[in-house]
Design a protein around this ligand. Sequence first.
Ligand code: SF4
Length: 413
Amino acid sequence: MRFFVETYGCTMKQGEGQDMQQKLVSMGHSIAATADEAEIVVVNTCVVIKATELKIMKRMRGLQDEGKKLIVTGCMASVQGKDVMSEFPDAILLPPSDYASFSERVAGRFGTGDSQQIHYVSGTTFILPIAQGCMGHCSYCITRLARGRLRSYPLAELTRLAESAVKEGAKELFVTAQDTACYGKDSGGSLSELLDRLCHIDGDFRIRIGMMNPDSLRGQEDDIAKAIQHRKIFKFLHLPVQTGSDRLLKAMGRQYDVSEFEGQVEEIRKAVPRLTLSTDVICGFPGEKDQDHIETLEMLQRVKPNIVNVTRFSSRPGTEAGSMAEQVVSRIAKDRSREIAKLRFEIASEINSKLIGDCIEAVASERGKNDTTICRDHAYVQIVVPGRIPLGSVIRATITESHPTHLIGRLTA
Ligand code: SF4
């Protein structure tokens, strides 16, 4: 059978989608290039915001009308399974908690195939989900309801998966989870132990560490800083702060305060010069006042993150924040998110403009527009160079132009 896996949402989801493709191939099925060419579509869903949920439901109606058979996976399968099955009674519903039975359920309905396709790696990046669930209590988060409590995947299994991906040509291992810093807290291991194992794998590749929370990072700052210093690990840290207001952090159920976040950033930046810091901010959380918004702007001006992922609060069913009083009107939330996005680009422009004239080594990682290649340097900064450079190869580029999200470079011997 020809399958297509259509993934929505976070990198964790992308990694699980990649794993489903691998399982389907191992069952002898083939992966179609598009949903149109497929007989069966795995819709790997996300419900983190209302707009995405509505888009996916509309998409599934369209696929069903085209006669496609549906397998519905991801967070919607967990928290809105009844709604899905009432509208798509012939679909296979597979919530993340049942992923262990993915192959069995698919074989039960669609049998196995005889395709010769042996393995599946997309581009040069292999996404490695390392755990399901988290230890958080975030009041706005529906993922917590969909994924449940932390279950770290076995160290040996993760190392085996990473080794085979590197053998297959992966140049980047993207270690991801709802919260990578709580890896192993349920099984006696730790993220730095896992990273050390992965760094010992032979081969020319780099590791990117996915998002972690300040409260899970607490007590591991030194270990994580040392890990990031390793030549095989990108100098990249994704540490969502969500707001600059301690009052709102409490209402969000986040277990740290702003000064702790800033202290962690400062400590890791001291150990890792030219670290790329990515953080997340939620605008329009219930009860957010102008003063809270100002505190968020001031925090960003102090910390100067390279990347800020700005999200407008979206009320989710079953979450505490969904029924909180003082929901912020969308016009105000929109204005605040625009102001933060504007500041974020000003900060990134200032940082990137300082790299003009530098000669930087980078790895060609994906195709760019207009016959260019996107490369990533050791701090995971995007450098766009002209030409179709073989993916995975190492280049040196002199920076000729800077933008908030990327640099432009000229190839240099
Ligand atoms: S840490 Fe918080 S935001 Fe992240 S998945 Fe867990 S509950 Fe949700």
